[in-house]
Write a protein that binds this ligand. Structure first.
Ligand code: JB3
Length: 212
């Protein structure tokens, strides 16, 4: 059994906790948050992130998962900040992969990434650090997904798609095969990307266009 602490206690953390419980290899020590959100699926509040040093003293081999997803201002930087905090404290951040996801042969998934229920990842794909592959999204063969990107529920990356860092591929959005999306791009929910996106910004619609 590996001890793990969950950083964050909102909706995203709740989903991660339920997945970790299904994995069974982990014992969840508790969660940290700015405020006490009460027990989450039986997991207790430990305190603020200041408590992490104490947790490490009490459980020297403890690992961590960042359970903060997209805060209301869509601030993906918070997730990276918390990942860096855990890393600087010497905490390992193992990838958390739902047993109800399908991960095919020859897929690389980096530390701090979470793969939710119903996700399909096909062969040849490489997923960076701190990525969220949210419920029922599909990442097909030979894709590259950059660090701290969030592929939201039901989104589809077709074969050979390259997505940069800190990208949000919104709920149900579709990217057709062999397209590239650079860093710090937001693809609005339901959009369809049919051309490379080589300029940072927010894109919406089908075909997806830059929001001016
Ligand atoms: O769409 C889906 C399926 N999931 C969304 C997810 C990806 O992002 C979800 O619907 C939400 O939009 C969002 O979930 P998240 O990040 O859990 O948001 P929320 O439910 O608002 O909870 C955020 C929690 O993070 C709150 O309890 C905050 O107090 C806490 N928080 C904020 N800053 C922090 C910090 N917790 C810690 N430990 N440290 C912080 O610095």
């Amino acid at each position: 059994m590996t001890d793990i602490v969950v950083i964050g206690g909102g909706g995203h953390a709740k989903v991660i906790i339920s997945i970790i419980k299904k994995i069974k290899d982990f014992r969840i020590i508790g969660y940290t948050d700015l405020a006490d959100r009460g027990d989450i699926l039986g997991v207790e509040y430990l305190g603020s992130d200041e408590l992490l040093r104490q947790v490490i003293r009490d459980h020297p081999s403890v690992t961590a998962v960042v359970g903060v997803g997209m805060l209301k201002n869509s601030d993906a930087h918070k997730r990276k900040q918390l990942f860096d905090l855990a890393d600087s404290l010497g905490l390992n951040l193992p990838p958390i992969i739902s047993p109800d996801a399908i991960i095919n042969e020859d897929v690389e998934i980096s530390d701090g990434t979470v793969v939710m229920d119903g996700v399909v990842i096909n062969s040849g794909t490489v997923i960076g650090e701190g990525v969220i592959l949210n419920t029922n999204c599909s990442v097909d063969h030979d894709c590259k997904v950059g660090s701290f990107t969030h592929v939201a529920p039901g989104a589809t990356l077709s074969g050979g798609v390259t997505v940069g860092k800190n990208v949000l591929v919104g709920t149900g959005a579709v990217v057709i095969q062999h397209k590239e999306i650079v860093d710090n791009v937001l693809i609005s929910a339901g959009s369809t990307v049919v051309k490379d996106i080589l300029k940072t910004g927010t894109y919406f619609g089908s075909p997806a266009r830059l929001k001016l």
